[in-house]
Design a protein around this ligand. Structure first.
Ligand SMILES: *Cc1c(COP(=O)(O)O)cnc(C)c1O
Length: 389
């Protein structure tokens, strides 16, 4: 009966606010706009300008049509080719993604790994850079969405900045939700998508590029026609993109940035997400469940719960069908063994309480002995003392 009711407590895609839905629909509420007209040029320029605040950068932010993966591929294909070597920090499924992209391009990869749920030791990256002066770029996932661990991007940036290599961060599930200061932290390319904490429907790939990265890009022939950043750089000042932009999503991006501003700005967004994380973690602990990631590296955008005593997918199905609350499961080798609770973007404290109420009933139904209300109550108590979300 309620087939269209669904609370997305997923680590992406996320709930799209009405404000953004309306901004997107407005794009279709009149005859199709010629994206070369002045009105659209102004919107594109405004959206790209507003996005700078979200990236905490003075650099340009380029808007491409694509998903998060295309933003990552854009970064790689513009910097390096088959004769080059890069270092990739791998702490989960999305780190492997970067390795996979590198293999498609034919780049040599040096890996620095940490077990799933942990983060890389920046000293290992420093050692590798000292041993391999040929490393042209270092890639790291900021928030590893398969585990909910946050790599120490600030520390990694301060290390890479001492070398010729450029530093690229996959910020798909961290931007807006997790402190990220592109310029201050020395990140040369930030690659992200719109469908996580930016609260947009999928389809925007966003890439910001530092001067140091341009120095490499300008000396490299990009073998991709569509992803060639030099063309985006040339046209952005005119409010153009080299190829047809997704007008609706550009409108959506602008509204998303405006919503963040209305909510007190990007720092307030970080604080809100940290509160959602800590509410969630206190609820998980009160239920006697195990958190995958240590407090010191826990993501403000999602929380992974170890759930390997039975297939987590059956619990997720029950929560979805009975209560219309969708939570994430494990990815890759952790399929069926994790619950990934998403709390990014359009999420407030009451959403967390509802998620725990549904989770507690779901756990009881699948045969777990939990104290009903324990998770809800712990989350409520956390909020009373820290009312930031
Ligand atoms: C979601 C995600 C991606 C992939 O994004 P797509 O939009 O599915 O291509 C890449 N990296 C991270 C860290 C993500 O969370």
């Amino acid at each position: 009966m309620f087939s269209e009711k669904m609370d997305l407590r997923l680590p992406g895609p996320v709930q799209v606010p009405r404000e953004i839905q309306r901004a997107i629909l407005r794009s279709f509420d009149h005859p199709m706009m010629d994206y070369r007209n002045e009105e659209h040029q102004e919107i594109l320029k405004e959206a790209a300008e507003a996005a700078k605040k979200v990236f905490q950068t003075k650099n340009d932010v380029y808007i491409l049509c694509g998903s998060g993966a295309s933003a990552l591929e854009t970064a790689m294909v513009n910097l390096v080719g088959p004769s080059d070597t890069i270092l990739i920090c791998v702490i989960g499924y999305f780190g492997d993604y970067l390795v996979d992209i590198a293999e498609h391009i034919g780049v040599n990869v040096i890996r620095v790994d940490a077990p799933w749920g942990e983060i890389v030791d920046p000293r290992d990256v420093k050692k590798a850079l000292e041993q391999h002066p040929e490393i042209k770029a270092v890639f790291a996932t900021h928030c590893e969405t398969s585990t909910g661990a946050i790599n120490n991007i600030k520390e990694l940036g301060s290390i890479v900045r001492q070398f010729d290599a450029v530093f690229v961060a996959d910020a798909v599930s961290s931007i807006v939700g997790t402190p990220l200061y592109m310029d201050d932290w020395g990140i040369d390319i930030v690659a992200t998508g719109g469908q996580k904490a930016l609260m947009l429907p999928p389809g925007n790939a966003l890439v910001a590029v530092s001067d140091k990265a341009w120095g490499v890009i300008d000396n490299h022939k990009c073998p991709s026609f569509y992803l060639d950043l030099k063309k985006y750089r040339e046209l952005l000042p005119k409010g153009h993109t080299p190829y047809t932009p997704n007008i609706a999503l550009v409108n959506g991006l602008l509204e998303s940035c405006r919503m963040i501003e209305r909510g007190g700005g990007i720092e307030a967004a970080y604080k809100r997400h940290a509160c959602l994380r800590d509410m969630t973690r206190s609820g998980v602990r009160a239920l006697g469940l195990e958190l995958l990631v240590d407090d010191s590296a826990a993501s403000p955008t999602l929380t992974s719960v170890v759930f390997d005593r039975m297939d987590s997918d059956s619990l997720r199905k029950l929560m979805r069908e009975q209560f219309h609350v969708a939570v994430g499961g494990g990815l890759g080798k952790q399929k069926g063994k994790l619950l990934r609770l998403g709390h990014m973007g359009y999420t407030d404290a009451a959403d967390i309480l509802k998620m725990f109420a549904a989770l507690e009933l779901g756990l009881t139904k699948v045969g777990f002995n939990v104290q009903l209300g324990a998770g809800v109550s712990a989350a409520q108590k956390y909020w009373l003392e820290n009312p930031y979300c």
